[in-house]
Design a protein around this ligand. Structure first.
Ligand code: GLY
Length: 286
């Protein structure tokens, strides 16, 4: 049995279908999650991941991605990378071809180019228009409407092996150089074959403060099922972090048995679940 999870209705569907296609063509778990996120990154209609995403306050798109293998805790990430897609594939190269965990900014971009990635224009006319509108708006503080489309984070389980991966353009119109939870191990993703895997999506500052993914895995290590582990993380965030009450912060998890859970500090969250090709979307409310 292979179980794959992917966040949010629209980008999650693109990602989970591509991931399952890869799995069916004998892709390993890392190939499967990479293929899912790469497909979502390369879809210019998805505004929170990869090509065509909303840029930072200066109109530059900066992307973050991460991937982690639960068998040996190997992981790789990139952050604040400009003009390269899919960055999930660069994160994988960091994991497999370097002794490091993360490369950042221009140096990550240079590394990607050395590895054969072609620099390209990642902004579309549509997002340039939205950035210009934002620049002209009186307050310039409306960060973004919650569009039910956010960071895509994926978890996978097959034959007792687990993996986690995430890709995002981060907060729309963010300060240049800002990095959120998604490429940070323990915050945006975590996977440990001994216990399970967890991922996050939503406000990266709050999720990082909570080290939300690692915390969910550790609650499972203490014996909680995934649903209760995620609820415990969210309860703790709501109790300790005032802003988590105002901003949507989601944590979701899967244990070694394939049981799944999720919880959010606010609003509703959609999670795609694929079990050997049977795909369903489940909604979770605060
Ligand atoms: N969760 C994505 C971010 O805040 O960057």
């Amino acid at each position: 049995m292979t179980t794959i999870l992917s966040t949010w209705k629209e980008p999650g569907e693109v990602a989970i279908r591509a991931a399952w296609d890869k799995r069916q063509s004998d892709g390993g778990l890392i190939d499967t999650l990479e293929a899912g996120l790469a497909a979502a990154e390369l879809d210019p209609n998805l505004i929170m991941i990869g090509l065509g995403s909303l840029p930072n306050s200066e109109g530059d798109l900066e992307l973050d991605a991460s991937i982690m293998r639960g068998s040996d805790l190997m992981c790789g990430a990139v952050c604040a990378v400009r003009n390269i897609v899919p960055v999930i594939s660069v994160a994988r190269k960091v994991m497999e071809d370097t002794p490091h965990v993360m490369l950042a900014g221009d140096q990550a971009r240079r590394y990607a180019i050395e590895k054969g990635f072609e620099p390209r224009q990642t902004l579309t006319a549509q997002v340039i228009n939205r950035w210009e509108e934002w620049c002209e708006s009186p307050e310039r503080i409306k960060v973004y409407e919650h569009t039910h489309s956010d960071t895509v984070t994926m978890l996978g389980l097959t034959n007792g092996k687990m993996a986690a991966a995430s890709s995002t353009s981060g907060l729309p119109f963010k300060q240049p150089g800002r990095v959120g939870d998604s490429p940070i191990f323990g915050a945006g993703i975590y996977a440990d074959d001994e216990i399970g895997a967890a991922g996050a999506t939503g406000n990266g500052e709050e999720l990082w403060k909570a080290v939300a993914s690692f915390r969910a895995v550790e609650f499972m290590r203490q014996g909680l099922p995934p649903q209760q582990a995620c609820e415990a993380v969210v309860q703790q965030m709501l109790r300790r972090q005032a802003k988590a009450q105002e901003l949507p912060c989601v944590v979701f998890a899967m244990n070694r048995d394939g049981e799944v859970g999720a919880a959010t500090t606010k609003d509703t969250f959609d999670l795609w679940i694929c079990r050997d090709g049977d795909m369903q979307m489940q909604s979770f409310s605060a």
